[in-house]
Design a protein around this ligand. Structure first.
Ligand code: HEM
Ligand SMILES: *[C@@H]1O[C@H](CO)[C@@H](O)[C@H](O)[C@H]1NC(C)=O
Ligand SMILES: CC(=O)N[C@H]1CO[C@H](CO)[C@@H](O)[C@@H]1O
Length: 324
């Protein structure tokens, strides 16, 4: 009887235990996988430091739409639209770097390393190159079979902290995780269209957003004016106005100085719930680096496909089932 019970328990446990992400998932099936990704990222970073923000944003969007399954990489076809057709995806960049890493990996170990893991590993490597933490990240994600623009539901830049938080709690992330992950805005840029409303006639007041430093208001107003433009012609401003290319805790210092570019950034420093976390990170650079590593690993585990779910795509832009 006891044997029977433990047999049943084992049968139930085995799929659960094996169907998990783990550090070094490819160590026997593709021993150089992580090294191949790292070298691809390093080579690109030498001429283009903007790959760090590009990959961070790609990883965030991928994980928040359905789960970290590389659905963000699928190209639309003449008959079917993909996530890339949804408005927030229009400014996601870095797809060509993922293609390059994938083709290097396919040459070394065909059909072994998922595109979802490539996004995760490349993000990790690019963060370290920009001066951020160098963390271990579990792998073993599988690539999803669905990429639907109607499923794209991401937080907008003008939300309050509590509104934005709802998007995170829906993914089982908490306020501390959200404040920590928004520290990714220590690198990269935003187009004028995402913060222009703050520069003049904020909420119909005829004046700029009073929570923005007036020096920053005039600088950004000179850049953006009042016109609205298509994204491809819209100027961009650095999200961290001080150390724009360095992955450090300066973002938190800047928002405490009323130098947040988007409203959600500034709100983090003003909201009673998030302000203490912001102050903590502003005064503790190492604490931020460690916290960020932990939070992004947690983000990388959102609704992942593991085991035999999904597939290992051959080309990150197309499902294996698609006729080419
Ligand atoms: C409440 C949550 C968030 C909101 C509302 C938000 C919103 C935005 C917006 C509107 C932009 C500007 C896009 C553009 O102009 O092209 C942006 C840029 C960016 N976001 Fe976020 N974001 C959030 C959370 C995150 C998280 C969790 C990460 C990563 C962990 C992230 C990483 C980035 C990066 C790195 C950029 C710069 C992209 C570049 O330079 O190409 N964001 N974000
Ligand atoms: C810019 O960043 C450096 C390094 O983090 C910091 O020491 C300095 O106070 C910052 N300056 C401004 C004007 O915010
Ligand atoms: C990067 C990318 O593929 N962006 C697409 C977003 O969606 C629009 C259509 O709404 C496409 O034109 C872009 O190419």
């Amino acid at each position: 009887m006891l044997m029977k019970i433990s047999f049943v328990v084992l049968c139930l446990l085995v799929p659960i235990v094996t169907a998990q992400l783990r550090v070094g998932f490819y160590s026997s099936t593709c021993p150089h996988a992580e090294q191949i990704v790292r070298q691809t990222v390093q080579k690109r970073f030498r001429t283009d430091r903007s790959i760090t923000p590009a990959l961070l944003r790609m990883h965030f969007h991928d994980c928040f739409v359905k789960g970290c399954d590389a659905s963000i990489l699928i190209d639309s076809t003449q008959t079917t639209q993909s996530e890339k057709d949804a408005f927030p995806n229009q400014s996601v960049r870095g797809f060509d770097l993922i293609d390059e890493a994938k083709s290097n990996l396919e040459a070394a170990c065909p059909r072994t390393v998922s595109c979802a893991d490539i996004i995760t590993l490349a993000t990790r490597d690019s963060v370290a190159l920009a001066g951020g933490p160098n963390y271990e990240v579990p792998t073993g994600r599988r690539d999803g079979l669905v990429s639907d623009p109607n499923l794209v539901n991401l937080p907008g830049p003008s939300l309050s902290v509590s509104q934005a938080l709802q998007f995170f709690t829906a993914k089982k992330l908490n306020l501390h995780d959200m404040v920590t992950l928004l520290g990714a805005h220590t690198v990269g840029v935003a187009h004028c269209g995402f913060f222009q409303d703050r520069l003049s006639n904020f909420r119909g007041s005829g004046k700029p957003d009073p929570t923005m430093d007036p020096t920053l208001v005039s600088k950004l107003f000179k850049l953006c004016g009042t016109q609205s433009r298509p994204l491809s012609q819209d100027p961009t401003a650095f999200l961290d106005q001080n150390t724009s290319f360095v992955f450090d805790n300066e973002y938190y210092h800047q928002i405490k100085l009323k130098r947040g570019v988007m409203q959600i950034d500034q709100e983090l420093a003003l909201d009673k719930a998030s302000a203490p976390i912001v102050s903590g990170f502003a005064s503790n650079g190492i604490g931020f680096q460690q916290g960020f590593a932990k939070a992004i690993v947690k983000m990388g585990g959102i609704q992942v496909l593991v085991g035999h779910a999904g597939e290992i795509r051959k080309n990150c832009r197309v499902f294996n089932s698609a006729k080419q």
